[in-house]
Design a protein around this ligand. Sequence first.
Ligand code: FE2
Length: 292
Amino acid sequence: MKPGGVRLTAVKNVAQRAGFYFVNFDDDAMPLDEFLGAAGQRLDRISKQSAAGFELVAGVHEYEISANYKLLVENSLDGYHLMSTHATYFAYMADLLKGINPQIGGSVTTLGNGHASFMTPVMSGRPVAQWLPHWGDEAKREIEEKRREVVSRLGEQDGADVCDFNSNTWIFPISIINDQQTILVRAILPLSHNKLRVRAWSLAPKDESPKLRQIRMENILSFLGPGGFATPDDVTMLEWAQRAYEHTCGGWNDFSKAMDPDEDTLNTTAVYDDELHMRAYWLQWDKMMSAD
Ligand SMILES: [Fe+2]
């Protein structure tokens, strides 16, 4: 065989938005910006955390969950479960914050084409740029400086938005970016109707100081990682839910909460514990699965 006689299929559609690269094997796929819709602005927002750009932190978390992947979609976008499912974490945070109440609030938004996001100002610490007392004075000085830089670059309102709000942005159908204690990109691989695999990578500013990088690395493990405060809670709940669906005859998962049946599910916003954005995901899923 001649050199180069066998090669991988070339991917014609490679595009990026705010440094996030997407590939598509469909030569007739719509342009990336059209596909992303308003989700593209969420990627822009994340990229504004650093004028120097981002790098991939070495290493990957990989784990499996015995549940349908769409349960993880709902879970990742849901604000309602946080205080109950992650009660241990919030008790831990209340102790660390010594008087600052880590109450959840914020909003959920549908972003078009099944994309959706959940944003909350909950006080859980962000290397860009929300300080927590147990990080110490050196980190406080650095984070205050970082905050000044972001605000001077983006203005008071946009700067506060970038610094203070955690967000989960779901990119339909199987990717999510958790912009919280770090920036975590999770790819969800459905393995069967009742099993999924998660692969998660962290991003960090290229010019991040050793101190803030250390905090970021500890954050990855302490909350978002598979052995952290959050993920084991969610994994347990998802697997219990999957077992319940398989062993009862109900056949339906009712996630109705506060939403008016007549509310518009396209490009609208609701309070953080609404189900509006979950419905938007399901509507897009139904549209694609029902297509000829
Ligand atoms: Fe959770």
